[in-house]
Write a protein that binds this ligand. Structure first.
Ligand SMILES: [Zn+2]
Ligand SMILES: [Zn+2]
Length: 159
């Protein structure tokens, strides 16, 4: 039996994707880089195996937002679509190059799953109030993230 295909894409329709496997995790990040990339107070994303992702029209543009992460967007409309860690972060769930994180708002059916945690909460805006009881972690609480940056001297923090 094959998994139902999950589909999504950008606002203008230039980028469309299919995911042939299930979401493995979901979280919400409040860090400054996710705020700038998404243009929103926080960014929620679902993890999938990179091998399960296929772009069916034009691919998005990928750029390295830091030495440990690349992020993508549509070259026509700018929708932020996905990010991927370029190195494995030992104490963060699904933070490795074999996993791709898809922006929940880009899914055709964004209600397929809800988040399990908050990250980067040092950047959470004062007027955002979640009453979901989910675990909350600051970027600097991840030893693995600090290690990854230590090996990339002079790099701008990103998560
Ligand atoms: Zn677009
Ligand atoms: Zn972030």
């Amino acid at each position: 039996m094959t998994e139902p295909v999950i589909t999504g894409g950008c606002l203008c329709g230039r980028v469309r994707y299919e995911l042939c496997g299930p979401p493995l995790d979901m979280g919400t990040c409040h860090c400054r880089n996710c705020q700038r990339w998404s243009g929103s107070p926080f960014h929620s994303a679902l993890a999938f195996a990179l091998n399960d992702l296929r772009f069916t029209r034009s691919p998005p543009v990928w750029y390295e937002s830091s030495s440990i992460m690349e992020r993508s967007f549509c070259s026509s409309c700018g929708s932020p679509l996905a990010f991927r860690y370029l190195v494995s972060i030992e104490d963060l769930t699904m933070a490795n190059p074999e996993t791709v994180w898809i922006s929940v708002g880009s899914l055709d059916e964004p209600e397929i799953r809800s988040p399990d945690w908050h990250f980067g909460v040092e950047g959470q805006l004062s007027w955002i109030n979640f009453d979901d009881g989910l675990p909350r972690t600051r970027c600097d609480e991840s030893v693995g993230l600090a290690k990854a940056y230590a090996s990339q001297e002079g790099d701008q923090a990103d998560s």
